[in-house]
Design a protein around this ligand. Sequence first.
Ligand SMILES: [Fe+2]
Ligand SMILES: [Fe+2]
Length: 250
Amino acid sequence: METKVSEIANGIYRLSTFVPDIAPPAGFTFNQFLVLGDEPLMFHTGLRKMFPLNRDALARIIPPEKLRWISFGHFEADECGAMNEWLSVAPNAQAAHGQTGCLVSLNDFSDRAPRVLSDGEVIDLGGGKRVRFIDTPHTPHGWDAGVLFEESTKTLMCGDLFTQLGDGAPLTQGDVVGPAIAAEDLFKYSALNPGMGSTIRGLAKLAPKTLALMHGPSFAGDGAAALHALADDYDRRVSDSWREAALKAA
Ligand SMILES: [Fe+2]
Ligand SMILES: [Fe+2]
C-alpha cells in the first residue's frame, strides 16, 4: 500500500491510502486532510496500523512534530485510531473535538487532555486558515459526529458523508451524490434518523466550494447542491424505513 499526497485546496492536503481488498473489485480509500497554518491541523488520524504510512506521507509536507491539532469526525478506528501515535511524535499536538466526543471518549482515550469545542467554535490556525467544528450528531453515524469547515477556502471536511468506493482522481468536478447513494445501498453505514436531512441541509448553508471526502475523491464545485441532493436521498431512506416498520407492525 502507498499513501498519495495531493493539494485539494489552497494549503489543504489529502493523504490517501487505497485498500483494494475492501469492497473488491472497486476497493476503498482512507483519506486524511492536513490544513497548513502556523498551527497545522490534521482531520482524521487514520487507522493505527496505517500510522507509519501516514506519518511518512505527512513528512513529505511538514515535519510531523509540527502538528498542532488533531480532529476527526467521530470516534472510530479509521477516524482516530492513531491519535496517540500522532500525539507521541508531535509534542505540541492536541486532539480537538466536540463536547460529546470529549466527554464520552477522548477524555479517556487521548493520552493528552483534548480541547473541547462547542458547536460552531472556530480554531484560528494562523496563516489565514480558520476551521469551524460543527456538530452533526448521528449523521452519518456516531453520537459524537461532527464535520470541520475551513473558512478561507470554503472546504468542508465531511468525514464519512458522501462515502464512495473506488480510487479515482484526488479531486473531481463529477457527480459525488450518485456514488454516495450506491455506497449507502451497499454498506448501510448511516444511522438513519429523522433529523438527518435537516442536519445535512444545515451544512449546505456554508456554501462549500470543496467537499473533502474521507472515503472517495475530493469534490470541487457546488457543494450546497450536492449536500441538498444527499439530504433529499436520506429523507427518502428515512421515510421508506418508517413505512417498512409500520407495515411490519400492522
Ligand atoms: Fe465512520
Ligand atoms: Fe470513515
